[in-house]
Design a protein around this ligand. Structure first.
Ligand code: NAD
Length: 468
């Protein structure tokens, strides 16, 4: 896969230098990606700016190009899924789901139209709100779900008449580079450029660059703050979709035997590397042992292995620093007197494998409860009163998602409404969809790209006011 190229102005960019990409299942090199030079970034930005007038002028042409882009992703699903597994580590079936989601985002966006809104129409004036594209969007993605997250940005941004320069994470650039290649024949030159870089410097250069009028960033809180700071230099608009530490609260009437499997996958899908995974679970004190037993049974039965192995449900962590981070948090919890009722350590094999881990006895104040683990280790915390559980759930800088589980859905929804987060689920977790806005609160960020609200994030309002 060393022959993958960046897409700049609709063409393959010259490869000046490359960096290695590792297979998380072995930590051996699985491909190489081009390292974008400053001149190449300038060229991508100029091509994107040059493409705006024509791309923004014809909504129907955009719609059909986006529809074709969705079809192109569907046709290349197998190829893209295999590249994604090789660099990201997720099981092949999950990679296929990610690709279907990415194609779905493009299809959904093809049906979006900016509609003028009449604000006033009377004897005094006609006032109409129009939404105009912003121009060039810089889109920066993380490594956990590179293609769906990238398309969740690119599709509505393009549908609104903007052009995009997209940068994947250095850990997972290959599938996005391949996608850029595929779309060269589908989108006019400059409408979507894909650039890659060996470290954060390229992302930093994009957020500082004078051409884009918006940065749509998904990643960690730490980097999100840098992005917001840097984009303030010329008051670019910013959407920062950042980390989470989602609480799930099981109510007294939630049956562990019935729900443990669903709760488990709410926490462990993609090896826990989901922004809106369940990252701490609060359960009633008198059902604590039942919940731990039920979760342990699920954790111990899960087939863990390389993403291309038959029947595997959980792959490795994506990269060595992330595996170190999860190991540190688990070790720290054990040092604080917690116990691992399942897992608790790395697997004894090459790559970044960590056993699915259920932690008992780690209270609020211990790092694995307070911080985002972004890995396959779930602390389960008992509560004495529901009010205390809600207070603990909300006592955090994070505010991405949360969920409440119970057999009385109406009652559970009342509790869910008390959680301070962008999405509060009942009897499920981490369900995201193109038509449903998805946006954090607090340090989990602001701005989003799903639903009509997300679509409008990529536009500037213009009011036409005619005096009568
Ligand atoms: P990260 O912040 O390290 O990197 C994200 C992207 O930013 C990468 O492409 C990286 O190269 C780039 N980058 C690095 N330094 C930069 C800089 N100074 N300026 C601009 N860009 C820079 O995040 P990660 O480790 O790739 O992703 C994991 C994090 O992402 C987790 O915290 C997870 O919760 C979060 N996440 C959030 C969402 C969401 O929608 N809220 C979705 C997925 C992941």
């Amino acid at each position: 896969m060393s022959d993958l190229t960046m897409t700049i102005g609709g063409e393959a960019a010259a490869v000046e230098a490359v960096f290695d990409v590792l297979d998380p299942a072995t930590n051996e090199v699985c491909g190489q990606a081009p390292d974008c030079t400053a001149e190449q970034l300038d060229a991508a930005m100029s091509a994107a700016a040059a493409a705006v007038p024509s791309w923004s002028s014809d909504a129907e042409a955009r719609a059909s190009a986006l529809r074709r882009a969705g079809e192109a992703v569907e046709e290349a699903e197998e190829d893209l899924a295999r590249i994604l597994v090789s660099e990201q580590g997720k099981p092949l079936a999950d990679a296929h789901l990610e690709l279907k989601g990415a194609a779905g985002r493009l299809r959904f966006a093809a049906d979006l139209r900016l509609q003028p809104e009449v604000l006033q129409d009377d004897e005094q004036a006609l006032a109409v709100l129009h939404r105009r594209p912003l121009g060039v969007i810089a889109a920066i993605s993380p490594w956990n779900a590179p293609l769906i997250i990238s398309m969740a940005k690119v599709a509505p941004a393009l549908a609104a008449g903007n052009t995009v320069v997209l940068k994947p994470s250095p850990y997972t650039p290959l599938s996005t580079l391949r996608l850029g290649e595929l779309l060269r024949d589908v989108l006019p030159p400059g409408v979507l450029s894909v650039v890659s870089g060996r470290d954060g410097a390229l992302g930093a250069a994009m957020t500082k660059h004078s051409v884009p009028r918006m940065v749509d960033f998904t990643g960690s809180i730490r980097t999100g703050k840098l992005v917001a700071e840097s984009a303030a230099g010329d008051l670019k608009r910013v959407a920062v979709e950042l980390g989470g530490n989602d609480p799930a609260i099981a109510l007294q009437d939630a049956d562990p035997g019935e729900l443990a499997e669903r709760v488990f996958w709410g926490a462990f899908a993609n090896c826990g590397q989901v922004c809106v995974a369940i990252k701490r679970l609060y359960v009633p004190q008198d059902r604590y042992a039942d919940w731990l037993d039920a979760l342990r049974a699920v954790a111990e039965a899960v087939p863990v292995g390389a993403g291309m192995e038959e029947g595997v449900r959980l792959g490795p962590l994506n990269n060595a620093p992330q595996a170190d981070h999860v190991e540190r948090l688990v070790d720290d919890a054990l040092d604080h007197g917690a116990t691992a009722v399942a897992g608790g350590a790395r697997l004894d094999r090459p790559g970044n494998f960590f056993a699915p881990t259920i932690i008992a006895g780690a209270a609020d104040g211990v790092a694995i409860v307070d911080d985002e683990q972004f890995g396959p280790a779930l602390p389960v915390i008992p509560y004495d009163s529901l009010d205390a559980a809600v207070r603990a759930a909300n006592a955090t800088h994070y505010g991405l998602g949360g969920s409440v589980w119970g057999s009385d859905a109406e009652n559970a929804a009342e509790v869910a409404a008390r959680l301070e987060c962008g999405t509060s689920w009942v009897n499920t977790h981490k369900v995201l969809a193109a038509h449903i806005p998805f946006v954090g609160t607090k340090w989990s960020g602001y701005g989003g790209n799903s639903g009509i609200d997300g679509f409008h994030e990529f536009t500037a309002s213009q009011v036409l006011y005619t005096q009568r």
